[in-house]
Design a binder for this molecule. Structure first.
Ligand code: P6P
Length: 333
C-alpha cells in the first residue's frame, strides 16, 4: 500500500524488488530522469524571465522551429543519462539519429536504451501553457558489449520496461510505470523533492471529454468526422465537452484524471497523423494500458505496432476504454 508523503526516492527503493531481474540499473535510470526533470523544471519555470524564449534558430528533424528550451531540455536529459553511465543508447525527437553511449570503463555493458521527447508541446511555452517530457525505456536486444544499433530502438511498445512523463504545469509532476500500475509524484519546489501524490492512477472506464483539433475537421477520415458528430449529439449522456490544450502530456493527464479520449488522427494533410510512435505514442499507450485504458491507431493496438523508422508517425486514439472502443467502431464502419 502506498505510504502517504512517500518520496520518489523511497518509492523507487521500495519497488526495486518488483523489477524482475534488475540489478538496480532501472532504479538508477529513473533517478537520473528525476534529476533531469528538476533541471528542466527550473528552466521552464523561469522561461518568461530570462531571454531563452523564441527559437534557437535551428529546425529539428521534424522541420519544426526549435525553441531554445527544446534544446536545453534535450541537452539536460542526454547529459544526465550519459554521465551516469546507465544506458547504452538514447534516441530523441531533437536528434536526427540515435546516440550510442560507450561508458568509459564498461564497454557497452549497460542494458537499457531510452527514447525521449524532451519538451513536448514546446510551441506552448511562449503562451505559458503546460509542456512536458515523455520517456520510454527498453532493454537492448543486441548483444551486451557491442555498440547499440537501430534495432535496439525499433522495438514494439509492448517490450517497454518503463515509461512516463513529466508535466511542467501549475505544479510539476512525474508520472511513470514499470508495468506495475501508474504512480504520480508532485514536486515540492521549495525543497526539490517529488512526493507520491497520485498512487495507482487509473482512467475512468468511460468519460465525457473528447480532445481533438477540430480545426482539421474537413481533412479527417469519415469515421473521425462521424465520431465527432456522435460526441456533439443531444442524446443520452451527450453532448460531451470538448477540451484541447495542444500539449499531448496535458491532454492525456487531464483525461486520465477526469476520463476522456484524445485523438490525433491521420488526415489529408498528415497521412500518418502527427504524433511519433516511438517517443510519444508508445510511452503514453503503455501508461494508458497500465491505467486500465486503451490506445490504438483506430484499428491496431499501439503497443503491437512493429516500428520501421525512428521518427515514424501514427494516428493516435487514446483514453477511457469505452470511448476508444466507440471511436474505433466508427473508424471500422
Ligand atoms: P496540433 C505538440 O506540438 C504536439 O506534438 C503534441 O504535444 C500535441 O498533442 C500536438 O502536437 C498538437 O498538434 O496540430 O493540434 O497543434
Amino acid at each position: 500500500m502506498a505510504k502517504q508523503n512517500q518520496t520518489l526516492g523511497e518509492f523507487i527503493i521500495e519497488k526495486q524488488a518488483e523489477f524482475k531481474y534488475s540489478s538496480g540499473e532501472l532504479s538508477k535510470l529513473i533517478n537520473a530522469i528525476r534529476l533531469a526533470a528538476k533541471v528542466v523544471n527550473h528552466e521552464v519555470n523561469k522561461a518568461g524571465l530570462v531571454d531563452i524564449l523564441g527559437t534557437a534558430g535551428e529546425t529539428n528533424v521534424q522541420g519544426e522551429q526549435q525553441q531554445k528550451l527544446d534544446v536545453l531540455a534535450n541537452d539536460a536529459f542526454i547529459r544526465t543519462l550519459t554521465n551516469r553511465e546507465i544506458v547504452c543508447g538514447i534516441a530523441s525527437e531533437e536528434e536526427d539519429t540515435f546516440i550510442s553511449i560507450n561508458s568509459s570503463d564498461k564497454n557497452h555493458q549497460n542494458k537499457y536504451v531510452v527514447l525521449i521527447d524532451p519538451l513536448d508541446g514546446s510551441s506552448n511555452i511562449d503562451v505559458n501553457v503546460s509542456v512536458g517530457t515523455i520517456f520510454s525505456i527498453y532493454r537492448r536486444v543486441t548483444p551486451v558489449g557491442t555498440p547499440v544499433t537501430e534495432e535496439d530502438f525499433l522495438q514494439p511498445g509492448k517490450n517497454q520496461v518503463a515509461a512516463g512523463y513529466v508535466i511542467y504545469g501549475t505544479s510539476t509532476m512525474l508520472v511513470y510505470t514499470t508495468g506495475h500500475g501508474v504512480n504520480g509524484f508532485t514536486l515540492n519546489p521549495a525543497i526539490g523533492t517529488f512526493y507520491l501524490s497520485h498512487p495507482n492512477m487509473t482512467y475512468p472506464e468511460n468519460g465525457r471529454i473528447y480532445s481533438i483539433n477540430e480545426g482539421n475537421y474537413v481533412h479527417f477520415p469519415q469515421g473521425v468526422k462521424d465520431y465527432i458528430k456522435y460526441c456533439q449529439a443531444e442524446e443520452e449522456d451527450r453532448p460531451y465537452t470538448s477540451r484541447y490544450i495542444g500539449s499531448l502530456v496535458s491532454d492525456f493527464h487531464r483525461n486520465m484524471i477526469k476520463g476522456g479520449i484524445f485523438i490525433y488522427p491521420k488526415s489529408s494533410k498528415a497521412t500518418d497523423g502527427k504524433l511519433r510512435l516511438l517517443y510519444e505514442c508508445n510511452p503514453m499507450a503503455f501508461l494508458a494500458e497500465q491505467a486500465n485504458a486503451k490506445a490504438s491507431d483506430g484499428f491496431r493496438r499501439i503497443l503491437d505496432i512493429e516500428p520501421t523508422e525512428l521518427h515514424q508517425r501514427v494516428p493516435f486514439f487514446c483514453g477511457s476504454k469505452r470511448m476508444v472502443e466507440k471511436a474505433e467502431a466508427f473508424m471500422q464502419r
